[in-house]
Design a protein around this ligand. Structure first.
Ligand code: MG
Ligand code: MG
Length: 247
């Protein structure tokens, strides 16, 4: 589970490509844009960087990004018929492979002006991710991460999705260990320098229950409430956590 300094250097490059995808897609989100338009932006960034997609073709997934608006939690398929409107929120999840090493990260943003409640959901979900990241210290335990996430999200009155979890990442997008976004602290494998994890809280305004739609991919909240998703790929180092999926 522990990567060498050379491995981490390549993962840093893959993470940077994902950070670039996020920046370019953020700039492209506006009322009237389709989620297929955003996928095109993701493809352009990957091509310009000479990187490959770890989403395209994953169990047959047809795009380089997942686009999940409003009550959709994760895994939405970009489509020319899904038009984003003023007041929507949309979650974007994407990744990149550079020289065989993977990056994976997600964010949720508003389309134009959004409700105060939606703003609060985005703020709290991102804060829960950063609380999880701060728990990624040498000698800590895997479940310290989810505990930190859960305290922030539930402390704000929201619910944490339990059926989908974060993961180790390296030469595959999904490696061991699983990283749940809930639970008591002090459990699971010890965190050691060289471990790299994708931490990805999914937080709902309403209940935690999920429903898989008939397309076999899209996961929505059972009660129709809004959901947000933030993710980074992060290494444990002697100097604390290092986030790779940023510019
Ligand atoms: Mg992801
Ligand atoms: Mg992930």
């Amino acid at each position: 589970m522990r990567k060498s300094a050379a491995d981490l250097a390549t993962m840093r490059k893959a993470g940077r490509v994902v950070g670039e995808m996020h920046a370019r897609i953020r700039d492209a989100v506006r009322p009237g844009v389709t989620t297929a338009d955003l996928d095109v932006v993701g493809r352009e960034v990957l091509a310009a960087a000479g990187a490959r997609s770890n989403f395209l073709g994953y169990h047959g997934f047809p795009a380089v990004i997942c686009t999940s608006p409003n009550d959709m939690i994760v895994h939405g398929i970009p489509s020319p018929t899904v038009v984003l409107d003023e007041g929507d929120i949309v979650s974007i999840d994407c990744g990149a492979i550079v020289q065989g090493w993977h990056g994976d990260a997600a964010f949720t943003m508003g389309v134009g002006a959004i409700s105060a409640e939606a703003e609060e959901l985005l703020r709290v979900t991102e804060a829960s991710l950063w609380a999880g990241i701060r728990a990624m210290v040498d000698g800590g335990r895997i479940s310290d991460i989810g505990h930190a996430v859960q305290c922030i999200a539930e402390g704000a009155g929201f619910s944490v999705v339990k059926e989908y979890v974060g993961h180790g990442i390296g030469t595959a997008m999904h490696e061991k260990p699983e990283v749940p976004n809930y639970g008591p602290p002090g459990r699971g494998p010890k965190l050691r320098p060289g471990m790299v994890l994708a931490v990805e809280p999914m937080v709902n305004i309403g209940g935690e229950d999920t429903v898989l739609l008939d397309d076999g991919w899209s996961v929505v909240t059972a009660d129709g409430s809004l959901s947000a998703h933030f993710e980074h790929t992060i290494a444990v180092t002697e100097d604390g956590p290092e986030v790779f999926t940023v510019l």
